[in-house]
Every structure is written in structure tokens, then in C-alpha cells.
Design a protein around this ligand. Sequence first.
Ligand SMILES: Nc1nc2c(ncn2[C@@H]2O[C@H](COP(=O)(O)OP(=O)(O)OP(=O)(O)O)[C@@H](O)[C@H]2O)c(=O)[nH]1
Ligand SMILES: [Mg+2]
Ligand SMILES: [Zn+2]
Length: 317
Amino acid sequence: MAKRRLSHHQKKRIQATQDAINSDNQNHMHGLVISHHGGKIVVESPDGSLHICAVKSNIGIIVCGDIAVYERIKEKEFRLLAIQPRHNLLQRIDGFGHLKSVAANLSQLLICLAVKPAPNLFLLDQYLLSAEQQNIDVVIVLNKADMLPDGFVDPFDLKAIYEPLGYTVLLASVKSINGMEPLRTLLDNNTSVLSGVSGVGKSSITKALLPEIDVKICEISEANEEGRHTTRTSRLYHLPNSGHLIDTPGVRGFNPVLDNKMPVSAGFREINQMSNRCRFANCRHINEPKCAVVDAVSQNDIANSRYQNYLRLVEKL
Ligand SMILES: Nc1nc2c(ncn2[C@@H]2O[C@H](COP(=O)(O)OP(=O)(O)OP(=O)(O)O)[C@@H](O)[C@H]2O)c(=O)[nH]1
Ligand SMILES: [Mg+2]
Ligand SMILES: [Zn+2]
């Protein structure tokens, strides 16, 4: 494949970033990006001070969880110079086809679903694919469990489908505080990002874990049970037991970044594993003869919903 040629502007940016990262300039500081709003970046220094940084042009993407290199220009003025190389970067394609970056340097993705608005398994599988791509652990949180009729232990078959794949599924309720303690434990020592559609209760969960912090929560519209996109910008919070939690704005969808370097099957653990048994090494698991994946679906060893969502994503690519 031909190498992509970098523009003069891109080369300059990479060089400037390298210079700032490698520099032993005593005035350069390092800090954690807490939020990014309207061109202002809030960076937390290792001593806990918050510094609002203006951004030097040509720095590129900056998100919560990034480690910034920055400098003081005046008493209370700071300028962000570069972002340190990341372990990972969670990204999605928005409804207009634009690449959106969610957060960086994550160890855990909390996919927040709710009893109402009811979970969309295609959205969930798209999240899971993105997490597999970026090597991020996942916890599937089904919030608003208080709205379930008595006796429902596995609504929407989430445990039945996803636990055998190795994903943690947690039923939670901010209202009845069910599941909040196990969730707290899962967050310890992790940098976790909470993502999901509007109104599922991401900010309510954040507030339940950090009651002393003012997190804005909105009443959902009774008419259609949809959220109102209350949270407008992502924000990183510190948890008492040394973890970080990033609350993000509700998404309408979570289209993963798909490219030819990684087959869609790599984002579906069970399909990936089963594909070793297909007759053809390059089997797409659609209509090829002796396809172990199609066989496994017909035997109910692979959930049909997972397979249908796999096909939808292959079609997109
Ligand atoms: N019954 C019930 N309602 C809840 C629960 N958690 C949150 N809610 C309600 O759900 C609504 C939306 O909560 P938010 O926390 O603002 O939802 P969000 O996911 O942050 O929404 P966006 O910021 O718009 O993405 C509010 O009316 C909450 O009171 C829960 O466990 N049970
Ligand atoms: Mg919110
Ligand atoms: Zn196959």
C-alpha cells in the first residue's frame, strides 16, 4: 500500500509536538486534561491545581484523559503545547460522517444502557467492536433496574448473550442504589469512560458516586422517554479510591471507525474465535461453504442478534 504523504502543515505539527515532548525546558509542565470546552482546555497539574489553557494552533485532537504538555505564559495564563502519545483513543463517526474523539488513555469503557429508553443491541455491539479495536475492557451497565417488574433477572438477555463472551454485565439503579457498590469496586484504579444514549443516566451514576459534586441531570421527556442531551461536554472526575470517571454527552449512535486493516469479525469475540474452523481462511461468514460461524448461529451457539449485527457492519464496510 502506498504511504500517505504528510502535508507541510502536518509535518510541522508533528515536529512541534515532538519538540515539546522531548524538551527538558524547566517551564514545561505536564497535566491531565479534565475537560475541553470552547477552545479552553482545563488541565490538572500533579499537585491538583486546575489550569485553563489556551491552545496553540495545530495541536490536533485534545480529549479528556490526555496528558498535556503546557507552559505558563503569565501569572494566570497557560498555553497547551502538545499532547503526549496515547495508549488508546476512543473514537466514533457521528451522524454527519465526521470523526469524533471521545476520550483517551482509557482502561475501561462503561457502556451505559437503561431499562428505559430500552437498550439497542446494535448500538451495544458497535461499542464493543470499538472497545476491542482499542483494547479497552468493557462493563455493560443496565441502569434503571428499579423500573423492571419483580423477578426479572436478565432483561433483554444481556447476561445470557454477553457474559459467556467475557463481558461484565451489571444491573444498576441510581434510584434504589442497587448495583452501585459493585460498580464502585469496578471503577477502582481504572480510568473509565461512561458512554451511552441520552437519558440512560450517565450523569446520575456519576453524581451517585460523587454526591458532593455538582453534576447536571435533566428530567427525561415523558412523551418519548428520550433524554434531552443534558451533558454538553465530557468531564473527568476523580473517584475516592484512585480511579477516574469520565462522564460524556449522550450519543445518537456509536458508529465505530471501520477500516480494512481490521476485519469486523475481530470486534466480535465469538465470531473471531469460531472463524478458525471455517473452511476458508478469508471466510466472511456470509454465504461461504463450510462456514463454522453460520453453523454456530444455526445451532444457537452464537446469538443470532450478534450475527445479524455483524452482517450489518460488514455491509457498511
Ligand atoms: N427510575 C430511574 N430513573 C433514573 C435512574 N438514573 C437516572 N434516572 C433518570 O433518568 C433521567 C436522565 O438522567 P441523566 O443522568 O441526565 O442521563 P444522561 O445519560 O446523563 O443524559 P445526557 O446527559 O443527556 O446524555 C433523569 O430524569 C434521571 O433522574 C435510575 O436508576 N432509575
Ligand atoms: Mg449526562
Ligand atoms: Zn466462516
